[in-house]
Ligand binder design. Sequence first.
Ligand code: AMP
Length: 397
Amino acid sequence: MATKTIRDLIVKGKTVLVRVDFNVPMKKGEITDDNRIRQALPTINYLIDQGAKVVCFSHLGRIKTEEDKAGKSLAPIANALADHLEKDVTFIAETRGKKLEDAIKALNEGDVLMFENTRFEDIEGSKESKNDPELGKYWASLGDVFVNDAFGTAHRAHASNVGIASNAQESAAGFLLEKEIEYIGNAINNPKRPFIAILGGVKVSDKIGVIRNLLTKADKILIGGGMSYTFLKTQGIEVGKSIVENDKLDLAAELLKEADGKIELPVDFRVTTEFSNEGPVRIAAYTDVNPDEEGLDIGPKTLEKYKAMLNEAQTVVWNGPVGVFEFSNFAHGTRGVCEVLANLKNATTIIGGGDSASAAINFGFENDFSHISTGGGASLEYLEGKELPGLSCLDTI
Ligand code: AMP
């Protein structure tokens, strides 16, 4: 059974409720990365072209109190959407009520309306985030059909996805959700081999599920970032002040045993004496980190070692930066991985959202991967092999 997609719907003249993920990074009211808006355009434009009345909505940030609402209105995002679509977008600064209902009723075919941050409903009783049954039912009543295109929240059962889907007459996946599932799903379930995963980020504990699942699917797992040191320390290697999860040493040893040679660890690091961009930087072999030093990036030999392996790959999935890329002195590894992957012309290359995705986009590699996921947590859970409630709630055919 396949999930119904937007192509399976007849939407002309219908009011289509579209859950998008416009949870974009913002600074002082300005959108600093509009990737998620651009990624939602195919679905919205398709619905406009098909003559639907389009109602978009999203969450933005976390809202627990009235004060949290400051700077979290979707008004600037509705403006940005209007710029991208090159047409008017009616913005209603409400999440329910007569004003919103009347504005939806007044829509003509091809019109677009956006309503306010769904998490404004979290102030009393976390109605959105706890999937309050009344709220999902109410939002579903505002339209004829529900389209979920918000991959970034697909790992959560909220009123604005699962709640609406369980009450809507008809529901389907949008183009972005479909694309995310296809790329990530194919990579883990039906990969062209060799299939290599690169896993970085701070902690082993955040990635246990992914490592375990990928050990059964991938041919190699290349480790980088903060989690490297827990794997090294468990083998008795001195890692100085580098980040280590001491309560996960046994687990790291277990994973290495399970991996039976599939896990590759860095052979050198860029180390420094303080967690900043200002300290002295030295390249150290993995056996040569001094007690007062911490590793904040993989070194050049590791990059060469990983490059040689990646050059053979047909499928690559990457989740988590391999160093503290926020500091320019320790961005070499993450940038280097971007470069290596950008040059793999015959491989499917996928970045699983979050920090590695923003690093790749900021370093100018946005168009050099087969797919950059819009969902950090969601892609991680999908890579773990978990069911995504925002996907499984949709109609199947
Ligand atoms: P995650 O959310 O687990 O993917 O972690 C991303 C974060 O890992 C980024 O903010 C990086 O700065 C951080 N990181 C990567 N390598 C290291 C390292 N060697 N030590 C400390 N933090 C790191």
